[in-house]
Write a new protein. Structure first.
Length: 292
């Protein structure tokens, strides 16, 4: 394992998370298909085939309007959660980039301010990886990491510039601190807020209506109609599950990881963290991390 290589326990944990996401997805899809097909069997017993066939044209017209409205709702929701997920990932990368830029700026500070600021910057990045990321999976922030950020600000503010160059350096460091704090607030906001609850009501009700409305169509082949209903159920359940997995990008099925901060720790050559929290060795590539 390299300096920040992934431990076997971490790999197993990531593998279990992926497997659990897939398992629950399959479970929800199978349950949806079973419920939908069972509902179709009940509907066919209650509504005679001749009655359903006699109203196929009218039912089709109403159904067309229904699935168009549901499709618009689903498309909007997918766009919303995907945008939130990408924003959360970009905010995390920007926050980590601010930490590294602040560390680099501190190299031009005189002693002892230089070591103090750099130590606090590394402590903050490590605290985010070791403490705040695990706590965000539970939907809460780490108070200790907030304290580390306050200590970092105090360390920068203790620097007293005596020349024009130092004054410009001090202003740049404060600007990076402001950006770091702002991105952290955005990140913590994404932990607590997902898509509106009322939108979930629309999606679930719309999905149920879209499936159950197919019961009103009259088809001579019961098996063919059951296959059609099952296929529609799979598609709707899969889409809703994907929306749920992308919602809350730090504590849901598909998560933004702490790779950006791990990359910063590798870049500054920080002391290795304990094995049980070892950082990943995979470099950031193709993830829009151009700020570093």
């Amino acid at each position: 394992m390299g300096l920040y290589g992934r431990t076997s326990s971490e790999e197993k944990g990531a593998g279990r998370h992926v497997l659990s996401t897939i398992f629950y997805g399959l479970l929800i899809i199978l349950a949806s298909v079973a419920t939908a097909v069972s509902g179709l069997m009940v509907a066919q017993r209650l509504i005679p085939l001749s009655v359903r066939q006699a109203h196929n044209a009218t039912t089709g017209t109403i159904y067309a309007a229904l699935y168009v409205m549901f499709g618009v709702s689903v498309g909007f929701s997918l766009f919303l959660v995907w945008q939130q997920f990408n924003t959360a990932r970009q905010v995390t990368q920007n926050e980590a980039a601010s930490v590294e830029r602040l560390y680099r700026l501190a190299q031009r500070f005189p002693e002892p301010e230089r070591d103090r600021v750099q130590d606090k910057a590394v402590s903050y990045a490590r605290g985010v990886v070791e403490e705040e990321w695990p706590s965000m999976t539970r939907g809460v922030a780490s108070q200790r990491v907030g304290t580390l950020l306050e200590e970092l600000r105090r360390a920068v503010q203790e620097f007293e510039p005596h020349t024009a160059a130092q004054d410009a350096l001090y202003s740049a460091a404060l600007a990076e601190l402001d950006e770091l704090e702002e991105n952290r607030q955005y990140r913590l906001l994404a932990v607590r807020e997902g898509i509106p609850y009322i939108l979930w009501v629309v999606l679930v009700v719309g999905g149920v209506l879209t499936i159950t409305f197919t019961y009103l169509f009259g088809m001579d082949s019961v098996r063919l109609q059951a296959v059609a209903v099952a296929g529609l159920s799979v598609l709707i359940a899969l889409i809703l599950y994907v929306i749920g997995a992308l919602d809350y990008p730090f504590n849901s099925g598909v998560r933004v990881n702490a790779e950006a901060f791990e990359q910063v720790l590798r870049e500054v050559g920080a002391t290795p963290i304990p094995d049980h929290m070892a950082l990943r060795s995979t470099a950031l590539s193709g993830r829009g991390y151009a700020g570093l």
